[in-house]
Design a binder for this molecule. Sequence first.
Ligand SMILES: [Zn+2]
Length: 396
Amino acid sequence: MDNAPLLIVLPFLVIAFILGVFLGRSSKKNKMGKIPTYTPFSLSSDYFKGLNFLLNEQTDKAIDVFVGMLEVGEETVDTHISLGNLYRQRGEVEQAIKIHQNVIAKPSLSLSKRNDALYELARDFMNAGLLDRAENLFQELIHKQSHVPSAMKSLLSIYQQEHDWDDAILIAKKLESASNKSYALQVAHFYCELALIDFKAGHSKGALKLVKKALGTDKNSVRASILEGEINRSLGNYKAATRAYRRVEQQDPLMVSEILESLLYCYKELNNNKEIKTYLEHVLNEYGGITSVLLCAKQIQSLKDDKAAALFIVDSLRKKPSIRGLSSLIDISLDFTKGTAHENLLILQEITSKLLENKPVYQCTQCGFNGKSMYWHCPGCKSWSSVKPIQGIEGE
Ligand SMILES: [Zn+2]
């Protein structure tokens, strides 16, 4: 812990050393081209002033001194760019922008070095939230055929932040051919985002077309199937909705719990009680998640009574323990118990609901982010389709 301040200053000390080497080298020749008597330590007093600032952890002042005493030339341009990058990494984006703009302003710079500085400046703008300015620079770089895949990746990230899904689709497709990597999963989500906008605006037909495009891009898009089910359900097309929902099982069995309730609703609207029973039994046997257990219990409760439903849950909990299952069991049992047993159940109910209150339901498989709501785009690591229902005793 005691070394922390030193570790922060260390990269700047390295830069200062490199600057020192350059300064020493450039002092070898004077303007007339004559070589003066040179010693490795014939550096200006400004250099030591800068070093002194660095050692006193006054990096701002140190950098001003170093930048002021050094002209940006072909030899030192990389050092200047690295300096700017260090500032960006430290979160001091304004300083980074100043340094990188200073590099670009030099007319004598070679094209490739200028593009290097331009790329870093675009990243500074992106970090500073100046997305329009970053976007323009990345496009300029792509136009110049410089830093193409990285600039495209950054543009993709910008368009997602701006919810500009049309441009996100275009750049992802270009990135696919530039990087030889599939972006089908992401593109399918972008189509779903567009479909959702249409659906919310009441344009169900347009929304369904976009969902088809999503599935055409990524046939395993669970989100597209769920959205297709939702749109058809809202239109009263229950048969089409059940077909879409049932596709989810093939696409990702972990997501079956997400569609069960909607699927059963559609079967109910179709008066297809036989299919409700068959599908629930199938899901119970295949996956045995608590959502299917509780939906089954609900069925039993409506067809028979509370006791039969409670017995069914007890039986399932023996095979696969679950806090949510226990909580439902207590809720049902409260209706047919009296006296001390009832009092005890009330205490248990309070404990289980407190336990569930603080338990996340979904978790990102990439970064571990968790919460009570389902996200298609992880708020933590910005991955798509990485958030799943939590499995095990505390989850599904
Ligand atoms: Zn994540």
